[in-house]
Design a protein around this ligand. Structure first.
Ligand code: BJW
Length: 308
């Protein structure tokens, strides 16, 4: 059953047919349709922590064990999730039109797993499956590491389950008590639930740099206050500046984080009309202009319908 109002769908598809250069900005909402949590609003809490407060160098500095548990959980969830019809529709658009690029703020690998042509996919905030050294003096990185968990100490469900109820370790007793309630329908322990006690992890048990043998490893994502990958920014900015841009799709993002959100205004400067797809009708990238579109609803349903 179509969910987009017929008149909007008609005007959009007519315009789309005449478009040459198109850019899409993706946010966590597109992957919410695949069951992954967003950052802001409902679902933006991990245990009792605001997800954005964990995505900072300061949080890692203060408690690398906690931040690694957050990312280990997110890596696991992303690997369990499947790309949805919106990821596939965008990948298909990229195959049909070499003048279409996707700018993804997401780190979950779902666009790649939907076979989005990689030359047309720019990862603004890195990837959960890239790993790098935290040492200022070390340049160690590795990509596409899908090991889950990345080190045995981050196999939290197993560590908790291994703890005996008779243990004198307080974490063990508490864990054993809540274990029954915390195991979800897929028989997995949900460590995003703050009622499930998680152990402190010793720094030496966290992922260590094999090159410098001094630094801790960290996820290859872009945290607040960090620069986006320079090559990616240059490629995106050059592509937009070449102009004209006919259309900017803004899908499942609150468009509050810069420089990513700023690319919408840059596309507008090159003539683009903007089409937003979001569950929340208030989440627009600035004011909408005459001729723009707002498609309210689940990206997993709306995007395949408007790109059909
Ligand atoms: C659905 C749906 C469904 C739900 N269907 N829709 C200019 C002005 C002001 C501030 C700044 C500025 N320039 C820079 C800043 C500072 C800062 C910033 O932007 N702060 C703002 C918050 C004010 N930016 C930075 O720090 C950036 N770095 C930088 O600028 O560096 C400068 C520098 C230069 C040289 C040297 C050093 C520094 C870096 C930003 C990095 C952001 N990182 C994170 C974490 C990534 C890793 C990880 O995933 O853990 O990126 S934070 C988080 O926010 C994540 C996301 O990619 C990003 C955006 O969030 P997103 O995707 O929009 O998610 P939500 O949750 O906000 O929204 C979801 C939306 O989906 C909602 O609208 C829902 O309604 C909707 N939705 N279900 C459709 N089913």
């Amino acid at each position: 059953k179509p969910i987009v109002p017929a008149a909007d769908l008609l005007s959009f598809t007519q315009y789309l047919r005449g478009c040459r250069r198109i850019v899409a900005l993706l946010g966590a909402g597109i992957s919410a349709s695949s069951g992954l949590p967003t950052f802001r609003g409902a679902g933006g809490l991990w245990r009792s922590h605001d997800a954005t407060s964990l995505a900072t160098p300061e949080a890692f500095e203060e408690d690398p064990g906690l931040v690694w548990q957050f990312y280990s959980y997110r890596r696991h969830m992303a690997l369990q999730a499947d790309p949805n019809k919106a990821h596939y529709a965008l990948a298909e658009l990229a195959r049909r039109n070499e003048n279409f690029i996707t700018l993804s703020q997401n780190v979950d690998g779902l666009s790649q797993r939907a076979n989005h042509p990689s030359k047309q996919l720019h990862l603004l905030h890195g990837s959960l499956f890239d790993i790098k050294c935290t040492s200022f003096y070390c340049d160690y990185t590795r990509s596409n590491d899908f090991t889950d968990p990345i080190v045995p100490a981050l196999d939290i469900p197993k560590r908790i389950a291994d703890l005996k109820p008779s243990s004198t370790d307080k974490t063990g007793e508490e864990a054993a008590k809540t274990l029954g309630q915390a195991i979800g329908t897929n028989n997995e322990l949900d460590i995003s639930d703050s009622n499930v006690p998680i152990p402190d992890i010793k720094e030496e048990d966290l992922p260590q740099c094999p090159k410098c043998k001094e630094g801790l490893l960290r996820p290859g994502v872009v945290w607040f206050g960090e620069a986006l990958p320079e090559k990616t920014m240059t490629a995106v900015e050059n592509w937009i500046a070449e102009g004209p841009v006919d259309l900017c799709l803004v899908i499942g993002t609150s468009a509050k984080v810069y420089p990513a959100a700023g690319y919408v205004a840059k596309a507008r400067e090159q003539g683009a009309l903007v089409a937003v797809c979001n569950m929340d009708p208030n989440d627009t990238p600035g004011k909408l202009h005459e001729g723009d579109w707002f498609f309210t609803g689940d990206a997993g349903l709306v995007v395949p319908e408007i790109l059909k």
